[in-house]
Design a protein around this ligand. Structure first.
Ligand code: PLP
Length: 408
């Protein structure tokens, strides 16, 4: 915030001003290991503070419902062409308000209420928009679930093929906020072709890794790919739909006007900057550091008696079984928080504890890597974590050491 903006906020709403300051301080002083978070690019924050958000731009470039859209038309075209180049996509829509809204557009484009949808079990790493009963996707469509193997905790492609041929779903959904391994897109394409269904890859978490060259791209294989720009990509809080050219006209109508109204043009502009940045060698280097750090941290935690689901990670995140320490996921999350380490509680595949408790935590390294923590800091971070989990008397010391590492 500029000094003027800060002063005005303090004047018109001191209560909120204090809360904003508190949240900024909390983030600056603690170690953020929430896998879906990163630190937005300064350029993105600058664009979001610009007057671009004041421009109403319902419709698409060249076909708006409002006057004064000539500049934002160019901005949206720029965002689209940059995403098309970055991901090698034939069709791009940069308007979805979030990952979940992008998901709604995929259902709108390809399925009718009641249609079967094949997706990963929620408690094995599926996302709520992939058929949870608490979400429209599970209420209005008929979810069929595949799982990970009980022994290796890896996605079972034989089971996916079997279920796809048996149930003939409209959509085969792949992508997860918790699965730390890569997917076999050529094989999934083959299964989708055999079962004659649409292959939708939800790359919310993986898009940054794809852009940075550390994970394979689903784009050549999928009918449609959704992603968000606020996870590893360091962009604004928002969604994107990428599609095969043959689905372009359908996806366009499914986003606007079926699912949402006008897209915020400040956010669209921030996405253009995000894609430009994601195409640079510097971003590729960052993403490599993120994944190397996650691997090193998973190994260091394993060395200290914890178990990593599926035996390790190929990505920026890992699910850590904390039951060897006699803790539930929620207890582990609280203890770590006491020491200034922020993680998410989660469940193991085939967890014996209720979902509200879980036996695991999920960690991610995008912010650690931006705070000067490369793979060489993994041992220190793992030591902090295991000590914080086992000895609450050490919390004050660890909190101070973390604040020091983060620069005060
Ligand atoms: C984060 C995430 C989303 C949802 O993104 P929102 O912008 O919060 O709606 C969708 N799918 C997956 C797999 C995710 O991890």
């Amino acid at each position: 915030m500029t000094a003027d903006a800060q002063a005005e906020l303090g004047r018109i709403d001191p209560e909120l001003r204090a809360l904003v300051d508190r949240e900024s301080t909390r983030r600056a002083r603690s170690l953020q290991l929430v896998a879906g978070e990163t630190i937005a690019l300064p350029a993105v924050r600058e664009i979001l503070a610009s007057p671009l958000g004041d421009t109403y731009a319902e419709g698409y470039p060249g076909a708006r419902f409002h006057g004064g859209c000539e500049v934002v038309d160019e901005i949206e075209d720029l965002a689209v062409s940059r995403a098309a180049e970055l991901f090698g996509a034939e069709y791009v829509n940069v308007q979805p308000l979030s990952g979940s809204v992008a998901a709604s557009a995929v259902y709108a484009a390809f399925a009718q209420p009641g249609d079967p949808v094949l997706s990963l079990r929620l408690d094995h790493g599926g996302h709520q928009t992939h058929g949870s009963r608490a979400n429209f996707s599970g209420r209005w469509f008929a979810p069929i679930r595949y799982s990970v193997g009980a022994d290796d905790e890896l996605v079972d492609y034989d089971q996916i093929r079997e279920l796809a041929l048996l149930h003939r779903p409209r959509l085969l959904v792949v992508g997860s906020p918790a699965y730390s391994r890569l997917f076999d897109y050529p094989l999934l394409r083959q299964i989708a072709d055999e079962a004659e269904c649409i292959l939708w890859v939800d790359a919310a978490h993986l898009a940054g890794l794809v852009a940075g060259g550390v994970a394979p791209s689903p784009v050549p294989y999928a009918d449609v790919v959704t992603l968000v720009t606020h996870k590893v990509l360091r962009g604004p809080r928002s969604g994107v739909v990428l599609g095969a050219g043959r689905h372009g006209a359908t996806l366009r109508k499914a986003v606007f006007p079926f699912t949402q109204g006008a897209a915020p043009m400040d956010v669209v502009a921030a996405k253009a900057a995000t894609f430009a940045h994601a195409a640079t060698p510097g971003f590729a280097e960052h993403v490599h550091t993120v994944v190397d750090t996650a691997r090193a941290l998973a190994a260091a935690l394993t060395d200290r008696g914890l178990r990593i689901v599926s035996g390790g990670t190929d990505t920026h995140l890992a699910v850590v079984d904390v039951s060897p320490l006699g803790l539930s996921g929620v207890q582990a999350q609280r203890r770590l928080q006491g020491a200034g380490i922020v993680v998410d509680k989660t469940v193991l595949p085939f967890d014996t504890r209720p979902v509200a408790e879980g036996s695991a935590i999920r960690i991610g390294t995008p912010i650690l890597a931006l705070s000067g923590g490369g793979p060489e800091t993994a041992v220190t971070v793992a030591e902090w974590m295991v000590t914080a989990l086992t000895d609450t008397a050490q919390h004050t010391r660890i909190r101070a050491e973390i604040a020091e590492m983060l620069g005060g």
